[in-house]
Design a binder for this molecule. Structure first.
Ligand SMILES: CC(=O)CC(=O)SCCNC(=O)CCNC(=O)[C@H](O)C(C)(C)COP(=O)(O)OP(=O)(O)OC[C@H]1O[C@@H](n2cnc3c(N)ncnc32)[C@H](O)[C@@H]1OP(=O)(O)O
Ligand SMILES: NC(=O)C1=CN([C@@H]2O[C@H](COP(=O)(O)OP(=O)(O)OC[C@H]3O[C@@H](n4cnc5c(N)ncnc54)[C@H](OP(=O)(O)O)[C@@H]3O)[C@@H](O)[C@H]2O)C=CC1
Length: 283
C-alpha cells in the first residue's frame, strides 16, 4: 500500500501536530475542520512551530514554505475522495467519531485506510460504523506531536495485516516509533496514565496538598517532565474526563471513576491550557 495523500480531520492541538509532522515528512496533507476559525487556529500553530525550526536553524525558510505548501485547507469532508489515509483527530466522543467514519466510508476510495487518533475509544466499535472494518485502525499520537516519539498502533478485531504494515511504515517515515497494542479501552498509554492523573485530582480535592506541591512532588520525586495536574491541563480536562469515562464504562470498574473536581472544572468550561484556565491559569 503506497501512502502519499493524507487527510487529517480536526485541526485542534492533535490534528494540527499530526498535519505538521506528515507534511514535514513529505506527505501531501489535507487538513479538515468544521469551522474556518478552528482551521485558522490550527494552521497558525503549525506556522509558529515551523518558524521556531527556522529560527533554530533546523530548517530553511524555503523548506518551511515547502512544508506549508503541502498542507491544503479543507472545510468539507468530501475532500476524502482523493486520499490514501484519513487520520481522524476530532473530539473524543464515540457518536461523533462513528458519524465521521460512516461518512468517510461512503466518500473515500476503497483502498483508503481510515485511522483514528482516539485516546481510548474502542477501534472495533468505530470500525463497525463502516463497511470496511479491515481498513480501520488506531494511530494514537502523543501530545505535543512534533516532539513525542511514540505512536500506539491499535488493531481492531478485523484490521488486516496489510493495513497494519502500511501504518507502521508510515509511522517510521514520520521519524516516530510504532508500538503495537491490542484494542482494549484506553489501550496502554491512557490506561496507565489517566488513573495517575485522576488520583492527583483526588489528592487536590481532599486537601492533601496544593496543586503546586502535588506537581512538584511528581516532577522532582519521579523525574516526570510535568506534574500530573499541569499535564492534565496540557492534555485538556475534557479529554481526560472522556478517557476516564471510557475506562470506567469499558471495564465496569469503579477504580476509574472520574474525580468530581475534574467534572466540575469541565462543566465550568475550564478545559486547561486550550481554554486559558484549568488547574492553572494561562494568558
Ligand atoms: C492523552 C493521550 O491520549 C496521550 C498523551 O498525549 S498523554 C501526554 C504525553 N505527553 C507528555 O507526557 C508530555 C510531558 N511533557 C514533556 O515531555 C515536556 O514538558 C515538553 C516536551 C512538553 C516540553 O519540554 P520542556 O523541556 O519542559 O520545555 P521546552 O524547552 O519549552 O520544550 C522542549 C522542546 O519541545 C518543543 N515543544 C514544546 N511544546 C511544544 C508544542 N506544543 N509543540 C511543538 N513543540 C513543542 C519546544 O519547542 C522545545 O524544542 P526546542 O527547544 O528544541 O526548539
Ligand atoms: N489532547 C491530547 O493530549 C491527546 C488527544 N488525543 C485525541 O485526539 C483527538 C483530538 O484531541 P485534541 O486535539 O486534544 O482536541 P481539540 O479540542 O484540541 O481539537 C479537536 C478539533 O476537532 C474539531 N472537530 C470537532 N468535530 C469535528 C468534526 N466533526 N469534523 C472535523 N473536525 C471536528 C474541533 O473543532 P471545534 O473546536 O470547532 O469544535 C477541534 O478543532 C481526541 O480523540 C483525543 O482524545 C490523542 C492523544 C493526545
Amino acid at each position: 500500500m503506497n501512502i502519499q495523500n493524507v487527510m487529517v480531520i480536526g485541526a485542534g492541538q492533535m490534528g494540527g501536530g499530526i498535519a505538521q509532522v506528515c507534511a514535514q515528512a513529505g506527505f501531501n496533507v489535507t487538513l479538515n475542520d468544521v469551522k474556518e476559525e478552528s482551521y485558522a487556529k490550527g494552521i497558525a500553530v503549525i506556522e509558529k512551530n515551523l518558524a521556531r525550526n527556522v529560527e533554530k536553524q533546523r530548517m530553511t525558510e524555503d523548506e518551511k514554505q515547502a512544508v506549508l505548501g503541502r498542507i491544503t485547507k479543507s472545510l468539507d469532508i468530501n475532500d476524502a475522495k482523493n486520499v490514501d489515509i484519513v487520520i481522524e483527530a476530532a473530539v473524543e466522543n464515540m457518536d461523533i467519531k462513528k458519524s465521521i467514519f460512516k461518512q468517510l466510508d461512503e466518500i473515500a476510495p476503497s483502498h483508503t485506510i481510515l485511522a483514528t487518533n482516539t485516546s481510548s475509544l474502542p477501534i472495533t466499535e468505530i470500525a463497525a460504523a463502516t463497511k470496511r472494518p479491515e481498513h480501520v485502525i488506531g494511530m494514537h499520537y502523543m501530545n505535543p506531536v512534533p516532539v513525542m516519539k511514540l505512536v500506539e498502533i491499535i488493531r481492531g478485531l478485523s484490521t488486516s495485516d496489510d493495513v497494519y504494515q502500511a501504518v507502521e511504515e508510515m509511522t517510521n517515515k514520520l521519524g516516530k516509533v510504532p508500538v503495537e497494542v491490542n484494542d482494549y479501552p484506553g489501550f496502554v498509554a491512557n490506561r496507565v496514565l489517566m488513573p495517575m492523573i485522576n488520583e492527583a485530582i483526588f489528592t487536590l480535592q481532599e486537601g492533601v496538598a496544593t496543586k503546586e506541591a502535588i506537581d512538584e512532588v511528581m516532577k522532582l520525586g519521579m523525574n516526570h517532565p510535568m506534574g500530573p495536574l499541569q499535564l492534565a491541563d496540557f492534555i485538556g480536562l475534557d479529554t481526560c474526563l472522556y478517557i476516564l469515562e471510557t475506562l470506567q464504562e469499558g471495564y465496569g470498574d469503579p477504580k476509574y471513576r472520574p474525580c468530581a473536581l475534574l467534572r466540575k472544572y469541565v462543566n465550568a468550561g475550564w478545559l486547561g491550557k486550550k481554554s486559558g484556565r484549568g488547574f492553572y491559569s494561562y494568558s
